[in-house]
Write a protein that binds this ligand. Sequence first.
Ligand code: ZN
Length: 71
Amino acid sequence: MSEDYHLPICTCCYAVRVEPHRRNSPRPTCMTCAEKLARAVKHTIAPLNKSNYMVFTDASMLKQLNPKRTT
Ligand SMILES: [Zn+2]
């Protein structure tokens, strides 16, 4: 029994099994897809920063909704 049978299939192209060192990743992919996704990550940084800003806005709104908690 080879350990390769336990390796998950690439969640991007579904054509090949991922490399052993990627098997524990939340979204395992083969090396080719990992490189594609690494480039795509750059485009997701802006939305992530925006959501962080939204969370901060929510916190200040909470203060306005709960004046007793501003001390
Ligand atoms: Zn792939």
